[in-house]
Design a protein around this ligand. Sequence first.
Ligand code: ITT
Length: 187
Amino acid sequence: MALTFVTSNLHKFREVSELAARRGLEVVHYNWRYPEIQADELEEIARLSAMEVSAKLGKPCFVEDAGLFVDSLRGFPGPYSNYVFRTIGNPGILKLMHGEKNRRAEFRSAVGYCEPGGEPMIFVGRVEGWIAEEARGTGGFGFDPIFVALEGDGRTFAEMKTEEKNLFSHRARAVDSFLNWFKEVKG
Ligand code: ITT
């Protein structure tokens, strides 16, 4: 059975289809910039979005909400990552971090799956790392050029191929636990 992933972000879709293909599952892209509620928790945003989107489309589907949480900025931009990326972008984050010794940060992801009229299921993932001193790499999207994962080899996410980022990214972790659940319960 094919799974419908509702997102306006083609990069996310690519990462998620690679993870699904490894398990022999197919993911269909439904390109929609659905209106998101404002909330401090990604889980809450994913939960409400999954309910809305599955009700509107009249079929089971999933969404994913993600964000970059920077320690010394007390978790900023967090759930506001999309807006912050579009406004100040990577140069803005690097400027805010100028001279800062504590560069610790993490990406978090929340996947919300829902069937029309049903209760949403939420799956989360995170990856710890730090903010690089300068942007590096041309792959990936968003904050990838300035994020270095602790578990990696010093390259930013933007210097990795999709398959490499998928080895330990926040999204891969949330999506993996979703797909495991899906295969077990629905497969
Ligand atoms: P949809 O809501 O339509 O899925 P979006 O791009 O708005 O797409 P999010 O709200 O989840 O997705 O993401 C917020 C922003 O956080 C995103 O636009 C990126 O700038 C950043 N971001 C999220 N995941 C990222 C990742 O894996 N690498 C780099 N930046 C990421």
